[in-house]
Design a protein around this ligand. Sequence first.
Ligand code: A2P
Length: 273
Amino acid sequence: LAPTVQLSGGAAMPCLGLGTWPLKGQAAADAVASAIGLGYRHIDTAENYRNEEAVGEGVRASGLAREDLWLTTKFNREHHSVAGVREACEASLKRLGTDYIDLLLIHWPNPDQDRFVAAFEGLVQLREAGLVRAIGTSNFKPAHLDKLFAAGLVPEVNQIQLDPYHRRDDNLALHAQKGIVTEAWSPIGQGSALLDDPVIGEIAAAHGRTAAQVVLRWHVQQGQVAIPKSANPQRQAQNLAVFDFTLSDAQMVRLDGLGRPDPDMLDADRFGH
Ligand code: A2P
């Protein structure tokens, strides 16, 4: 099982989970049940992925007790109000077939409508009401977080795109300062060129590991939560097996050095999820 990271609100979140975008229907249910069978205890979904019902099916098929699982979901832009967030949460609970959510996130800041502060106030009320255990944001840049801070609000988690090629040093510094846990989506770079990087390959060979394992280890070793997506049981197992080796400080520094600053990477229009 993956170790947990402590959130500021008190909950302990497994530092490695299964990403489920863009899986849908039976494929999503099968991937979730397979992952839980392999030892995953954290599943990440979203209203926008249109797979919450399938995720719920997979969880039930696995037979795992609800309290042994961490479930994260996210809501869309049309719910950015106190009442809207409650409705969004209740709809997610119904689709997932459960009576609480471990972590509920504002999926995107949608600064064009400028209502994410009200949305976050809605999240605070849901946490007080016990419908969600922890609350946070996704794809929030420092300017968006600063608006929350100005209103006295601090997310427990900010889920952003992050891998050794896609660095967000400005986000990370702010998260550290405010006690926000960083969660990485597409942590292995969507399985693309990153996994063919010669530096990563060299480090992987030195440990007898795969490139994906080295990248996931880089995330969790610095206290980040990572949610790699895989529908393939062998790759799911591989991605969870990153807690029995350690990268040296020099190897961590080499991986940090692969960073390619991309200031526009959090712009909502660029992503389907
Ligand atoms: P698959 O589902 O066939 O395993 P990310 O989570 O960074 O967006 O990456 C997801 C992509 O990476 C998917 O296409 C997934 O394909 C692939 N993938 C997941 N795990 C691995 C792995 N260990 N090695 C290579 N590719 C992987």
